[in-house]
Structure formats: C-alpha cells, structure tokens
Ligand binder design. Structure first.
Ligand SMILES: [Zn+2]
Length: 309
C-alpha cells in the first residue's frame, strides 16, 4: 500500500477498510453485520469494496453498533469521495493533455515530495495532490505565470512549473514552522538580531535565525531550486498571519545568502500585503526596477544603521 509523500499522505482509506478491521476484530461476517444494522448484504459488501457510498443514517447505525462516532465515518467517506474525484479528474487530464510533462517529476520523487507515479494519470493525480488543487485550471490560477507578480516572468511553461514546485515545497515546509502571527515591528526587531548573527557561518546560526523569524510570523526556508532555475530567494505572504522567505541555492557564499535574505525581508516589509498575492523572486532583473531599487536601498540603510548602532 502506498503511504504517500513525505509532506502529506496521498492515500486515503475508504470507510470500508475501517469497517473490515472492526468486523475482523468482532469475528463477524459481512452478512451477520448487515443483519444487525438493517442493511442489505450487497450494500455492506459494496462498502467493504469501496464501492457503496456511506450515508448519514448508516454512519449513525455504525456508531451505535461499533462504538466509533458517526462524524468520523462521514469524514472518512467525504475524504474518500474527494480522493476518487481527483483520480477521475487526473484520468481525464492525462487523456486530453500533456499537463504533467512540464513538472520536474523525477526530482520531486527524489526529494520525497511525491510518490513515484505508475502512469501518466497517476502523475497528474500526485501533482494535483501535491499542490492541493483539483484541476489544472485551479493550479493555473494559483501558481501559473499570471499569479506571479514582480517576477522575472518565466518564458516557458516548464519554468513556471519548476518555479511553482519550488514554491510549493516551501509552503509545505512552512506547516512545520508555526510561530506567532506576522507583525512588522517584531519582524524588524528580529532582523536586527539576525544582523548580529551574520558574522558566523550560516549553518551555525540558521536555527536561531529561523526561530527569530518564526516568532515574528515569518517562515524561513532554504529549498534548492530545480534544475535550470536561477533563483537566490523569494518572499511572499502565505496569509494575513504568515509570511515566508524562501532562499535557494544553499551553496551560495554566506555574504550573498544574507544579502538575499535581507532583500527578501525588505520586500515583505515594503511591498507585501496579505491580499495582493505578490510573489517576489530574485534575481529580478527585467522589471519593476523601482520596487527592486527600493528594496536594495532599504537593505543598505538597514545594514548601515545596524553597523553604526
Ligand atoms: Zn527583489
């Protein structure tokens, strides 16, 4: 049985599987149980096979007989139905397009972000699950080129897909870094403290920098970019309560790493708000020179003030 990816399992147990375990524990046959709960044996066998749908009245009956709350049965049923509908959409997409081909599937598998797909439809399914969307259209809206503002707009769909996968890994990592709500004043304070750490090797002070950022509502991640993506860092708001700074290329020199970090921080402080969907990415040579100059000027002023403090 597939156990799913390292971030979020992409296998969903049908309620029939839980029922099977209960019946085995009770030593009861499907037919006996069907009689106990006033349902037909065909229905119970269908449920065990993941074919029949579980309704509310039956879930209540299961609660009475098996001592497992009805809402748990129904939640399990709803999750299973969603899983089936995503699988159906994946089959449809695979039959009508080559949507999955732009994504760095092998690399995503290597990084434990998705399970190795068994077919093209399976690849589409795992990608939809990874991005937590239901259709390529929804993916396009959330991660496609049109959603990326102030960026070096990717020139081909492959680049957009690799960029989106990189960003998504950061979003999933962010779930492990729950801190305080985002607060610009605390973040500024955190930056002053992090500035004092930058004389030491990044690897030695990274956990401290992450903690300081988290305490101010900012997730700090380091995710190696996918092949052919020249990325040093990016920043965006995940929600009104959380922002993220994601740096790429862990092997860049320490000075440049911190420069990228403070530059991304400047974008958060100066240019982001939770609703605009701005996604800042650097290097950012082709557009929005004003925004870039503003961020660079902020970093120079900040570092100068910190040095003379
Ligand atoms: Zn920038």
């Amino acid at each position: 049985m597939a156990i799913g990816n390292k971030y979020r399992p992409d296998y969903v147990a049908p309620p029939g599987l839980i029922l099977r375990e209960h019946l085995e524990a009770r030593g009861q046959s499907p037919e006996e149980f069907a009689r106990d709960c006033d349902r037909s044996p065909e229905f119970i066998r269908g449920l065990l096979a993941g074919e029949s749908a579980l309704d509310e009245a039956t879930a209540q009956r299961f609660e009475d007989l098996l001592n497992l709350r009805a809402y748990i049965w129904l939640r399990c049923e709803a999750g299973y139905r969603r899983h089936l509908s995503r699988q159906a959409e994946a089959r449809r997409v695979a039959a009508t397009s080559n949507w999955s081909e732009s994504f760095p599937i092998k690399e995503l598998v290597k990084r434990g972000a998705i399970e190795k797909p068994e077919s093209e439809a399976d690849a589409v399914f795992r990608l939809l699950h990874f991005f937590e969307v239901w259709t390529p259209a929804e993916w396009q809206e959330m991660y496609g080129a049109g959603s990326v503002i102030y960026s070096r707009l990717p020139q081909c769909s492959g680049e957009t897909a690799r960029l989106a996968a990189w960003r998504r890994i950061g979003e999933l990592e962010a779930e492990w870094q729950r801190g305080s709500d985002y607060n610009a004043a605390s973040f500024l304070d955190a930056l002053t403290r992090i500035r004092r750490l930058t004389g030491q090797p990044p690897v030695a002070v990274w956990p401290q920098a992450v903690q300081l950022c988290n305490d101010a509502g900012v997730v700090l991640t380091l995710v190696k970019p996918f092949a052919a993506l020249d990325l040093r860092g990016s920043a965006w708001r995940l929600s009104s309560r959380q922002a993220i700074i994601q740096l790429g290329n862990p092997r860049q020199p320490a000075g440049r790493l911190w420069q990228t970090f403070f530059h991304a921080a400047a974008h958060l402080l100066l240019h982001s708000n939770p609703c605009d969907g701005n996604f800042f990415i650097d290097p950012d040579s082709r557009q929005n020179a004003d925004v870039e100059n503003e961020a660079n000027r902020w970093v120079s002023d900040f570092l100068l003030a910190a040095a003379s403090a």
